[in-house]
Design a protein around this ligand. Sequence first.
Ligand code: GLN
Length: 239
Amino acid sequence: MAPSTLRIIWLYPDLLSTYGDRGNLLVLAHRARARGVEVEPMQIRSDQHIPQSADMYLIGGGEDGPQAVAAERLLDDGTLARAADDGRPILAVCAGYQILGESFYANDRCHPGLGILDLRSDRGESRAVGELSGEGHPGLGVGSITGFENHGGRTRLGEAVQPLAHVSAGTGNDGVAEGAWAGHVIGTYMHGPALARNPRLADVLLAWAVGVDPAGLPPLDDTWPERLRSERFAALAPE
Ligand code: GLN
């Protein structure tokens, strides 16, 4: 049954919040309210305990130092892994995405991740910076995806996750696949912020949170997001 008020937690704004990632929270709140669902957005800093009772958890990107600190605090806290087990939707971007895996590299050292997603991240030979686009996994029904990436890590997916998308421009995990999903957990290298550029991805998360099929959500006027998307895809088209 749909919760009367959707509690969405933006995690660790003091450590992980680059390239407008907090915009994901704003997009979700807007798209829920436009459909008559009340939203209670909450920001939980890294020195606070994470409430277990939220309907969705968002975590953003960051530099290596804050990323390693965030991973230690999330491991100590334990709430995020329990939320994933309970089927609560989680969206994790870049550093946050790497943290959800089994392990990741930061400042030339391998760190344990939360083990929520079956994947491992290590260092690439060069930094991946620029536009990222691809074709979303058909099982998610999100169509083409578009974002901005800036990361040194590369990610190898295990068998228990699906790629979020097949890369057509940019790098994503490894130049072939971008992001990962399993259950109600999605990880991505897309900043931009990801949900402003991919409203169908936002709707998949909302549908999971309220317990309906994404196709069952009332449509919204997406004229402006579609303009933004067209502009970004056109920027990648050969001259
Ligand atoms: N520190 C990580 C990397 O460089 C994540 C970067 C980010 O979140 N933008 O791979």
